[in-house]
Design a protein. Structure first.
Length: 448
């Protein structure tokens, strides 16, 4: 009789665990839906803004705008510590355990890293604009545009508020901030087109709306501090961080290095295309990448939704639920990749010709190749998050190094021979490599 009772209790407990996991997955699907809707909306509106700017500036001037914005975004990525990752990696378990003093310390740690990165990024960008213009032969219009856009870097303290909002489960707000910013950008671009504005005005629009999105995120994120018990996080002590949170400095440093290395392929590619194929080629390439970017951001956002939940599962040793969640989310991503790639192959040429004009028609073929790279990055995002939860950040780092080396090697080979589309070929090859390598590493980590 006692054995039957125990067996019944185990079955009930197992059923409750399954229901909890299923409910959590449904909630995650809702959060992913919000992020996808917001991301898709922002991507569509951003495309209209790009199309308006391309018509207003022409191929060469638009190419300069693309190079300036890429230059600033590259610096932003190079100095960023992606502080939402250590906040979630080390903070998810603390929130569940009620260790608010330690959670406050982790949030403060992330915020101060964000602040240092913002100041450093501004100093680097402004310094290069002031002292590099003469050395590299940049005209005054480019120098002034770089100086203007570099000021935006001071406001990009977004990693820590993003981590706070994700711990608080506020995904809907994150989803729609960029919709607001891109709507404002599109409206201002339409006004600039009607007024016959020049390059400097469009750069100001790009920089201003970049700052707007960051301010909305910061304001909302810091309002959520009380929700996770961190209203007074700046009063917390950062003494003995290495002892309280083993490997937190290594995790943060590798997050920065990994992002910097990955971003060198994602940001410097436009600069390489500009150097090897001219500003006109860079403009065409930028249009293809800008349209594909919303799918790439979708992968990052799906990772952001999954990361807090699987981090908690791994921290409490619930390996079975961890594996199931990773597998379910990967299935969802593969479905999204297939649908997105199919739609792109069907619609790329007519959409670009309709909105950007026939002179940008070559961007259609670039977009078709680029979507393969984006689909690969999207498919690998869950494995990347899982490896970070498992403490395999060093593996993720070295795979990023290898993927980036593959990109630069193939880009230097293809661009002089195939033109600007060679950059897209290089991204596709590197993307296929990284998704395969991440999943092999994930399976190996589970067996070890």
């Amino acid at each position: 009789m006692m054995l039957q009772v125990r067996a019944l209790r185990r079955r009930v407990a197992s059923s409750l665990a399954e229901m909890t996991t299923a409910n959590a997955f449904r909630k995650r699907l809702i959060n992913i839906g919000h992020l996808m809707a917001g991301n898709f909306g922002a991507g569509v509106i951003a495309f209209f803004a790009v199309a308006i700017a391309a018509r207003g500036l022409g191929v060469e001037k638009f190419g300069v705008l693309a190079l300036v914005s890429t230059f600033i975004q590259a610096i932003e990525r190079f100095v960023s510590f992606q502080t939402w990752q250590p906040i979630i990696r080390f903070g998810a378990g603390l929130k569940e355990q009620g260790r608010h003093d330690d959670l406050n310390a982790v949030v403060k740690f992330g915020f101060l890293l964000d602040l240092a990165a913002a100041i450093t990024g501004f100093a680097i960008a402004a310094g290069l604009a002031l002292f590099g213009a003469e050395r590299f032969g940049w005209p005054s219009e480019v120098r002034n545009s770089l100086l203007l856009y570099s000021g935006a870097l001071l406001f990009l303290i977004t990693g820590s508020p993003t981590g706070v909002m994700r711990l608080a489960g506020r995904f809907r707000e994150i989803a729609y901030f960029q919709v607001i910013a891109m709507t404002v950008r599109c409206a201002l671009c339409a006004i600039a087109l009607a007024a016959g504005a020049g390059l400097f005005v469009y750069v100001a629009i790009w920089a201003g709306t970049h700052v707007l999105g960051a301010i909305l995120l910061m304001a909302t994120g810091f309002r959520q501090l009380g929700r996770i018990g961190c209203a007074d996080f700046m009063k917390s002590s950062l003494n003995d961080m290495s002892q309280r949170f083993p490997k937190i400095w290594r995790f943060a440093a590798l997050a920065n290095l990994s992002l910097s290395i990955r971003s060198s392929a994602q940001q410097l590619d436009t600069l390489i295309v500009g150097a090897l194929a001219g500003a006109g080629g860079a403009g065409l390439y930028h249009i293809a990448k800008r349209i594909a970017k919303f799918a790439q951001q979708a992968g990052q956002q799906v990772q952001a939704v999954v990361f807090p939940d699987i981090a908690r599962m791994w921290a409490r040793g619930d390996i079975d639920s961890f594996q199931k969640d990773v597998a379910r989310t990967e299935g969802l991503l593969l479905l999204m990749c297939g649908l997105g790639a199919g739609a792109t192959f069907l619609l790329a040429d007519p959409v670009i010709s309709l909105f950007a004009g026939d002179k940008y028609a070559d961007a259609g073929d670039m977009l078709k190749v680029q979507i393969i790279a984006v689909a690969a990055l999207l498919a690998g995002s869950v494995a990347r998050a899982a490896l970070l939860c498992m403490g395999k950040e060093l593996t993720v780092f070295w795979l990023s190094v290898a993927s980036t080396a593959i990109f630069f090697t193939t880009a230097v080979y293809f661009i002089p021979r195939a033109g600007a589309i060679g950059g897209n070929y290089a991204h596709a090859i590197a993307g296929v490599f990284i998704v395969a390598a991440l999943w092999i590493a994930y399976k190996a980590a589970l067996r070890s």
